[in-house]
Design a protein around this ligand. Structure first.
Ligand code: M6R
Length: 365
């Protein structure tokens, strides 16, 4: 049932174009408008919202970090993101017009479920973004926006994460329509780029050789850094978790601008630094952070947009990602990072689908 792939993880990485299509299907009307027939939240209710809180664990938390930026940029509604295991104990301020969104692939994560119940108890309306129909999170939420990624077997989450990004794009655009924060042309433009993502992914997946070479090089290292700004910083956190989880190489994700406030001390001759630089408006700043680590001896692998020429001179190696709208870029850029973790774990001879100490669904708090 691995469909010719060696592992479930590899199969699921390759299922992402399909997962994107399935998650979008029936939710885009004639390329012009988002329709979400499965959720009851009306346009009038969207207009009442004052705050949105996103709660999740692990990879779903990293998707929520991207979701925050997406929703805030598209709607101007303030969004907070919390780890589910922290949310309940910090006494969050929840008002009548707070929407809490629990994000969970399995829909059975104990921390997420507990945080969601607490939010309901405090009076919030609760929405779920989940991949499993009939799961506890789906049953207990007021509204459910399903990701339609299909069953995810590998412990390391891949297609569930990227489909959660798609769900956030759909939800953000749906809210923007209700709020009129974007005009029809801007919405249609974003929808067109959203619909192109699956094919862009297909062509990316055909050429993973450059990232395989990077993985071979880093597989020997004990620790490394991922750095980035803005959405690339959130994506760095996911890339780092994926690498740790299956390759057992220690890594840290850092906001590129924050390194010089302490962690730069850890950079030595040949420390690998994977610099995510896909957000063009932040490129110049990221490039100067790359120079900072290079000057301390780091070996820098940059991830940049196709056609970006500025980084070849500063990084040791550049991996390219196709162009789309900046908000959508993480849905493409995540793939080489998933493959990096995959190859590094394989080079080290690890069991990619069943990493040590971990379970697919974490049902204890
Ligand atoms: O099923 P969930 O999305 O609620 O799971 C949350 C985390 O346990 C999960 O994403 C975990 O971090 C993954 N193993 C990461 O690949």
């Amino acid at each position: 049932e691995k469909n010719g792939f060696d592992t479930f993880m590899l199969k699921e990485i390759h299922e992402q174009p399909r997962a994107y299509q399935d998650t979008m299907r029936g939710r885009i009307n004639a390329g012009q408008e988002i329709v979400l027939p499965d959720i009851a939240l009306t346009s009038a209710e969207v207009r009442q919202l004052k705050h949105i809180h996103l709660i999740a664990c692990g990879t779903a938390y990293h998707a929520a970090l991207i979701g925050k930026t997406v929703i805030e940029r598209l709607t101007r509604i303030p969004v907070e993101v919390d780890l589910a295991s922290e949310y309940r104990y910090r006494m969050p301020v929840i008002g009548e017009n707070t929407l809490v969104i629990a994000v969970s692939q399995s829909g059975e994560t104990a921390d997420t479920l507990a945080a969601m119940r607490q939010a309901k108890y405090w009076g919030a309306r609760v929405m779920a973004i989940t991949n499993v129909i009939g799961s506890s999170v789906a049953r207990e939420a007021d509204d459910v926006l399903f990701t339609l990624a299909g069953p995810e077997i590998a412990v390391a989450s891949t297609k569930a994460y990227s489909s959660q990004l798609i769900a956030f794009y759909l939800l953000g655009l749906y809210m923007a329509q209700s709020l009129k924060t974007l005009d029809d042309t801007a919405i249609a433009g974003l929808i067109a780029m959203l619909e192109k993502l699956p094919l862009q992914l297909v062509s990316m997946l055909r050429n993973m050789n450059p990232i395989r070479q990077v993985a071979e090089r880093i597989a020997e290292n004990d620790h490394l850094f991922f750095i980035g700004r803005g959405l690339d910083c959130s994506l760095a956190m996911e890339a780092s978790l994926k690498l740790k989880e299956i390759s057992y190489i220690h890594s840290e994700a850092y906001a590129a601008g924050e390194l010089k406030h302490g962690s730069l001390a850890l950079i030595e001759e040949n420390t690998p630094v994977i610099a995510l630089a896909t957000q063009e408006e932040l490129l110049e700043k990221t490039a100067s952070n790359i120079k900072e680590v290079k000057a301390r001896g780091a070996y820098v692998i940059a991830l940049a947009l196709e056609g970006c020429t500025g980084l070849e001179k500063v990084a040791d190696q550049v991996i390219y990602v196709p162009r789309t709208h900046p908000l959508l870029t993480p849905a493409l850029a995540v793939v080489p990072l998933q493959m990096l973790a995959y190859y590094a774990a394989s080079f080290r001879g690890n069991d990619v689908d069943k990493p040590r100490n971990l379970a697919k669904s974490v049902t204890v708090e």
